[in-house]
Design a protein. Structure first.
Length: 264
């Protein structure tokens, strides 16, 4: 194993930075390449076939170019649709992103759980199976909140957060039967934890927010345990469209340890 071989984090946009932040805590010396399919954003409005083809194709190209030791699909939508196909194509370990329904079911006191995700994620049978396996006897209230993806992207660019989108997402959960009893909300999109403060403000202090970023980081750490790692160059962010050139965005990427930027 080449110590400089990176872990590849792939997302449709900047949402996977929430996973990268957790990974840095566990593996600060691990070389990382962060890849954002900014040209394909958003995924939540695309068909399953479009997402599967796009994700598997891009991960093939990225794997060939950067030779990662492991790839992580840091995107709930892409994972629930394309994970199986990608694992068949690539010959490296692939870590997916799973909506944190199991820990939410263990955490809830009222038995009513909210789930915010993209439209493509919340309609997947994979989510149905997670609910059946881990939240039997609980009520899982789902709501598609694609506007939160755009709000998170704007926040990371240094633009104001649109609180109308935050309010719309919360109202979409609360307005459904039993919604007033929600005490735990699963953030089933890696973009959404970037809006934790705003969501918590609108939901209120008695509602717990949970996402899968820490669990993904632990899984990566387990798979690379004992491997040599040494960063021989600054970590890289790759975008499929022209990257935002504003200094404010470069500062954000630098905060996550991404000092170089390229277009794929």
């Amino acid at each position: 194993m080449d110590p400089a071989s990176p872990v590849l984090l792939f997302d449709s946009g900047v949402g996977g930075l929430s996973v990268l932040a957790e990974l840095r805590k566990l593996l600060p010396d691990m070389p990382v390449i962060y890849a954002a399919d900014s040209a394909g954003l958003p995924y939540g409005t695309k068909t399953e076939a479009e997402i599967a083809a796009r994700v598997s194709g891009l991960l093939g190209v990225l794997s060939e170019r950067y030779r990662p030791r492991l790839a992580t699909i840091a995107c709930n939508t892409a994972s629930t649709i394309a994970l199986g196909m990608v694992r068949e194509v690539l010959r490296i370990p692939i870590v997916g992103t799973v909506p944190a329904i199991k820990p939410a079911a263990e955490m809830t006191k009222t038995g009513v759980i909210g789930l915010l995700g993209t439209a493509a994620t919340i309609r997947q049978r994979y989510v149905d199976n997670l609910e059946s396996e881990f939240a039997a006897g609980k009520r899982l209230i789902r709501f598609p909140a694609p506007g939160l993806v755009e709000a998170a992207e704007a926040k990371l660019r240094g633009d104001p957060v649109d609180y109308n989108e935050i309010g719309h997402a919360v109202a979409g959960l609360r307005g459904q039967p039993g919604g007033e009893d929600i005490d735990t909300v699963v953030l089933a999109c890696t973009h959404f934890p970037l809006l934790n403060d705003e969501l918590q403000e609108v939901l209120g202090p008695d509602v717990k927010l949970i996402d899968g970023a820490a669990g993904i980081a632990r899984r990566i750490a387990t798979l690379v345990e004992g491997q040599p790692m040494a960063r021989q160059a600054p970590d890289l962010a790759v975008f499929t469209s022209e990257p935002d050139s504003r200094p404010s965005f470069a500062k954000v990427l630098s905060h996550y340890g991404l000092e170089r930027v390229e277009r794929l």
